[in-house]
Design a protein around this ligand. Structure first.
Ligand code: FE2
Ligand code: FE2
Length: 374
């Protein structure tokens, strides 16, 4: 068993100084190589449908492919500044934030709008990098998972993720006003997931944790944005993501039944590490840097902003019930339950899990074949 410090590199999960010590040092590099440490596994058991739930998901995926170039309406003109102003008016985000005596005290509309623009560039950039992480992880699962139904399904997810990277990159290039390199905490997490030699850890890190968070975050943004193209893009991406999370839940539910308590504890610790890395990345330290405000002070203000705290907790709305479904919350002495309680997210355990939920996220008949607005 490992201490909190051994897992995440610091004893106090809210130690801002330690969080900010982690930064991306190779922002100018065009490529980043990571050893994936895994055996490629052939199976000679080709019996299709031996795992009916995975087979059903695979058949569903084959009929749910869409084309990012032609199914989304790229002719929509996006005035990013106007969208930021409209979003702020529609959602009153940040309202009630007490900035007296902080670095934000002298900020006027101009600065808040610029923050909205930078935050959007940053958020969509991180989604794009995360999508590439999903592309690589799922390609790895095709190689490493021993079950034919899972290899079949994973191959459809590889295509889905290519499409997601493609549409986020296109949206950033054509509609927004700048990119950000991958956030250091997200990069660290993606590296850890790809590096792990155990096939089920790829699923836990990616399908359960990263994609579980993405599904909640996309849902939040889909609801909040007033921009019709982004709304449509997120709607399409979410219909795929819900299947991906279901793929993780269905596969791990079976596999975890074979594991010992000690092995489950390693999975709990990995889930906790992933949760903290993702929480840390949403502090968007690179944005504060670019806005020219003291990063530590800015992070301190947002960490105590009730709206931001609520947003960060909401990101776990899918992760916690799915971990519960997999038996990870309460395995052993309920270690992960204690950790999720410390993170303030345990109340989501009663929310619906994602094993079947993908049906409700599916695109309607006809939605795939042509451009359709929400
Ligand atoms: Fe994706
Ligand atoms: Fe995905």
């Amino acid at each position: 068993m490992t201490s909190t410090e051994g897992i995440i590199g610091r004893a106090d999960i809210n130690d801002i100084e330690q969080i900010l010590m982690i930064s991306n040092t190779d922002v100018d590099a065009a490529i980043h190589a990571v050893k994936d440490n895994a055996d490629a596994i052939f199976t000679w058991d080709y019996e299709k449908g031996a795992r009916p739930a995975l087979n059903k998901l695979y058949e569903k995926a084959k009929n749910s492919q869409w084309n990012g170039e032609t199914d989304l309406d790229w002719s929509i003109n996006v005035d990013q500044e106007a969208v930021v102003v409209a979003n702020m008016a529609a959602n009153s985000r940040g309202a009630g934030l007490d900035v007296a005596g902080t670095c934000f005290e002298k900020w006027g509309d101009k600065e808040w709008t610029e923050l909205g623009i930078q935050s959007q560039n940053w958020t969509l950039s991180q989604f794009m990098h995360g999508e590439q992480g999903a592309l690589l992880c799922t390609a790895k699962i095709v190689e490493t998972v021993p079950w034919i139904d899972a290899k079949y399904y994973a191959s459809t997810q590889v295509m889905d993720e290519a499409r997601h990277v493609e549409v986020f990159a296109k949206y950033l290039n054509e509609k927004l006003s700048g990119h950000y390199p991958v956030n250091a905490h997200l990069k660290m997490l993606l590296d850890d997931i790809v590096t792990d030699s155990r096939w089920d850890m790829t699923y836990l890190g990616m399908q359960i944790m990263v994609e579980g968070l993405a599904l909640a975050a996309f849902g939040f943004m889909h609801q909040m944005t007033t921009e019709p193209l982004l709304k449509q893009l997120l709607r399409y991406v979410m219909s795929d993501e819900a299947r991906h999370v279901a793929f993780g839940v269905l596969s791990l539910k079976e596999y975890y039944q074979e594991l010992t308590q000690a092995e489950l504890r390693e999975r709990q610790e990995f889930a906790f590490e992933a949760a903290v890395r993702m929480r840390d990345r949403f502090l968007q330290q690179e944005v504060w840097d670019r806005m020219g405000v003291p990063v530590k002070e800015a992070v301190n203000v947002v960490m105590h902003d009730p709206g931001q705290v609520l947003f960060q907790q909401m990101l776990f709305a899918k992760i916690v019930p799915n971990c519960k479904k997999l038996g990870l919350l309460d395995a052993g002495d309920g270690w992960l339950r204690t950790k999720f309680t410390e993170l303030g997210v345990i109340d989501f355990e009663h929310m619906p899990d994602t094993e079947e939920e993908y049906e409700t996220f599916a695109l309607a008949d006809g939605e795939v074949a042509g451009v359709r607005r929400d």
